[in-house]
Every structure is written in C-alpha cells, then in structure tokens.
Design a protein around this ligand. Structure first.
Ligand code: SAM
Length: 187
C-alpha cells in the first residue's frame, strides 16, 4: 500500500486477508502515519508494517517483483471530495495539476516495479479529472507492453477508458472516485 495513510484501505485489505500474510503500508506524512497506526491498532490489524517512506523509493527498499498485489491510492487533487470538503474549491488550482500528475506517474512506475509477474495493481484516485485518471492509465499502458487492464464492471459506471470504473457523487451518492486494475503479464 504505497500511499496508505490514514489507512482505511489498509485496514480493509487486512480484513479481506483475514489478518494473514503481510502488508507494507507507506506514506510520507508523519501526522497521517500517526493516525494510521492508531486506526490499525484499534481495528486489530496485525499484518501491516507501517513505514514513513516515499513510495517512489519502495522498490529500492523492498526489492523488485516482490509483491503479489499493489494498491496505489495516489495523492491527487481530491476534487471528487468537494461535497465533503467544500473549502477545497478555493484551494484547487489548474496550474497544480501537472505537478500532481507527474507524481502519480512516478508512483505508478515504482508500484509496477514492486509487482511480481502475474500480480495485480489497483490504481485509484478521489479525483474526477481525466488528467489524473484515464490519462495516467493510458500513458502507462502505452509504455508497458507487460501491462494489461483487467476490466472492472460495477458497482459503479465505466470510466472514459473502457474497463476502468468511476463513482460519481451525483449518480452514486459517493465521493468522486476512479479505479483501474492492471495485471503484469507473466508470459
Ligand atoms: C489519497 S491519500 C491515501 C488514503 C489512504 N489510502 C486511505 O484509504 O486511507 C494519499 C496519500 O499519499 C500520501 N503521499 C503523498 N506523496 C507521497 C509519496 N511520494 N509517497 C507515499 N505517499 C505519499 C499522502 O500523505 C496521503 O496520505
């Protein structure tokens, strides 16, 4: 889990894994990591190793092709959460989008290195902007012949790239969310 704090998805994965196996949960934000540690303790997660680490460094630290699954819930503009965080509209700046997209691409490259052949990577954002979603995934697929999109169908809508998925606040009563599942071919 390369951008893990405050750990809601780490906890959910640990539950799905029945607290067996191992999750590496990385983040760069000390305050959010503190909160994550508390949350994971409260809900009884025993299999997560939480570290303050830039996700881009993860392959150097853990090695390459070591993970069966990677969750990359990237840092994003979070514009899908405007209903929950209305003040965000005053902080969103179009000029910041390329910077966050560059980070998303770099994190995705690192996440891919970590993945074993045959493994799967879920890329997700709480953004509604195609720049942070379908365009990042298209960019990645064009550069990685060993990557294939595993089509997602429901419970939300198809994204603008077939096989990806989007949750829409006005349609699903959720925050705006994007998901793309990719598999590393094992030839
Ligand atoms: C969308 S939030 C993660 C939410 C988390 N997955 C959850 O479900 O609770 C994105 C996270 O990425 C972290 N982040 C930003 N840059 C990072 C980097 N270079 N490496 C790792 N984490 C990073 C932020 O601190 C933030 O906690």
């Amino acid at each position: 889990d390369l951008a893990a704090a405050p750990g809601g998805k780490t906890a959910h994965m640990a539950e799905l894994m029945k607290n067996e196996g191992k999750i590496y949960a990385f983040d760069v934000d000390s305050e959010r990591i503190k909160r994550m540690k508390q949350i994971l303790r409260w809900v009884g997660v025993e299999i997560a190793e939480v570290r303050k680490l830039d996700g881009r460094k993860a392959p150097e630290v853990l090695g390459e092709e070591v993970a069966d699954r990677v969750l990359l819930d990237v840092p994003c503009t979070s514009d899908g959460t405007i209903a929950k965080n209305p003040e965000l509209r005053w902080r969103l700046r179009e000029k910041n989008i390329p910077k966050v997209v560059a980070l998303q691409r770099e994190l995705l490259e690192s996440a891919w290195k970590l993945l074993k052949p045959g493994g799967r990577l879920l890329y997700s954002t709480c953004s509604m902007l195609p720049e942070e979603n379908e365009e990042v995934v298209k960019w990645f697929l064009e550069r990685h012949g060993d990557a294939r999109l595993v089509p997602l169908s429901g419970p939300y809508d198809e994204g603008f790239l077939p096989g990806t998925m989007r949750a829409w606040p006005h349609r699903h009563g959720t925050i705006g969310f994007f998901y793309a599942l990719m598999e590393k071919k094992s030839d």
